[in-house]
Design a protein around this ligand. Structure first.
Ligand SMILES: [Zn+2]
Length: 479
């Protein structure tokens, strides 16, 4: 390339008024990724049927880009193996194999008949939330348990770090502990997701994020009750007792909030962060916003914790103060917990809570930002439960059956843990077409009853690449 061309290109990249003809990549100001944890296609549909009595009425149903993603990990080891041995492969054709089998999948809450070879394939070699978060956030597949940690034992640079380097702000919101696997994937590095204390300490001490909201509060049990004097273990999700004491006494870069009323005030743009520009919010529950309350039915919510859309609005109110823009990850984390329990009412309750957070984001884009400056991606990190219709024991992959708004759809569970299903990815706004440009065809997706143009899939690592691409960030080539 000639020197003149180089200069022209550099000028084009540097300028906010970049000419479309010269632009190398779309320049999104903001990227918002919303992840419902552990939701195969029928989980999304079950929630839509319950909420609307029909499909097609969720905010993401209006998005331009509707593709699927593979989610398999590099391997299923719980620690780095430093070798390619045992690497997981993925062939979508094997998912759709309707050959009858008489296998039994041994779950935690019970055993599940195999029924079809494709179900067995789906239930094998699945990712955990840590390897999935690492893939989504760093663009690199790794072993299960990895938090931005490679199979060779090296730290992986994640989108949160790239974001902050560009001068944009980073926000992470979850309905589960803010040191849990998915939020940790956008905040930290650790050889193991189970090192909550190490992850929590890194989140507070690194000061990388501008906003971190979730649960993990040491003074409140899963049922919402107050604990006067928690033991040391109760502080694990917030970086340990010493980190918590520094955080809550104003001795860090962060303001700290925990009351439902404070999250609600921040969501209305009306709260004093006592001169600090960064905030960590630990809602008053050690486990989840709602899922761990007593009982197994929906409703009768705990009244001391905010919902996910309130956390989302509150986070955006802080992040949008950065003139350069922001990256925000919002996780509906307890969908996964409900799927592990095969609890349909609460699965739907959690998925609706997530869908309302998506609506809050779309409202913000349309009223305060625009689709020309913001990219929104809505997806999940993996399937869980292999939820399907009542006759999916005889008809492979038959869908859940709608019973109308307010009524539980008819379903059948086929596992109580994760799967390697192809999962939905919805995207809209600047740079969303990255997904369609990088997708490959899988005619087998006709099984899900989606139109022909949507029978395509990307890999979960493409979520990282789409976000980086939208921001105009150069990242290492895919290996
Ligand atoms: Zn997960």
């Amino acid at each position: 390339m000639s020197l003149l061309k180089k200069i022209a290109l550099n000028l084009a990249l540097a300028s906010a008024l970049v000419s479309p003809a010269l632009a190398q990549a779309p320049q999104a100001k903001n990227v918002i990724v919303l992840i419902t944890d552990g939701a195969g296609i029928e989980t999304w549909r079950a929630a839509s049927f319950f909420r609307h009595g029909a499909l097609g009425h969720e905010a993401y149903d209006d998005f331009d880009v509707k593709v699927f993603a593979s989610t398999y990990p590099l391997n299923t080891s719980n620690e780095p193996t430093n070798t390619n041995e045992g690497s997981v492969t993925f062939d979508p054709a094997k998912l759709w194999d309707a050959t009858k089998v008489d296998t039994v999948f041994e779950g935690t809450i019970g055993n599940f008949p195999g029924f079809f070879a494709g179900y067995d394939y789906s239930r094998a070699d699945y990712t955990d939330s840590a390897a999935a978060a690492t893939a989504l956030a760093s663009g690199t597949k790794s072993y299960n348990n990895a938090i931005n940690w490679s199979n060779n034992g090296e730290k992986l640079k994640h989108i949160g770090e790239y974001t902050v380097e560009t001068g944009r702000a980073l926000g992470v919101v979850s309905s589960v502990e803010w040191s849990h696997a998915t939020p940790a994937g956008f905040l930290a590095h650790n050889v193991s997701r189970n090192d909550y204390v190490g992850i929590g300490t890194e989140v507070v001490n690194s000061g990388l994020a501008t906003v971190v909201f979730g649960t993990g509060h040491p003074h409140y049990k899963g049922d919402g009750s107050y604990v006067e004097k928690p033991d040391d273990k109760a502080f694990r999700f917030v970086g340990g007792r010493e980190t918590w004491e520094r955080l809550t006494s104003g001795k860090t870069d962060y303001a700290h909030i925990e009351k439902k009323a404070d999250f609600e005030a921040l969501a209305k743009g009306d709260i004093d962060l006592k001169g600090k520009s960064r905030v960590i919010g630990t809602a008053q529950n050690i486990q989840t916003l709602q899922f761990n309350r007593p009982g197994v039915t929906a409703g009768n919510l705990l009244d001391n914790t905010p919902d996910l859309k309130t956390l989302t609005k509150a986070a955006i109110n802080v992040l949008e103060k950065n003139d350069k823009g922001f990256f925000l990850m919002v996780e509906g984390g307890a969908v996964d917990w409900a799927a592990h329990a095969n609890n349909l009412p609460r699965l739907i309750e959690e998925q609706i809570d997530f869908n309302e957070a998506v609506e809050a984001v779309v409202d913000w884009v349309e009223n305060k930002s625009s689709w020309d400056e913001t990219l929104v991606i809505v997806t999940t990190d993996h399937g869980n439960g292999l939820l399907q219709g009542p006759d999916s024991n005889v008809n492979a992959y038959s869908p859940v059956v709608n019973q109308g708004a307010g009524a539980l759809p008819l379903v059948r569970w086929h596992t109580d843990t994760h799967t390697r299903e192809l999962v939905p990815v919805y995207a809209h706004g600047v740079g969303a077409d990255y997904f369609t440009k990088n997708a490959q065809k899988d005619p087998g997706l006709a099984t899900y009853g989606v139109p022909e143009e949507n029978r395509v899939y990307v890999d979960n690592t493409d979520v990282f690449r789409a976000a980086a691409h939208a921001f105009g960030i150069e990242v290492p080539a895919k290996n």
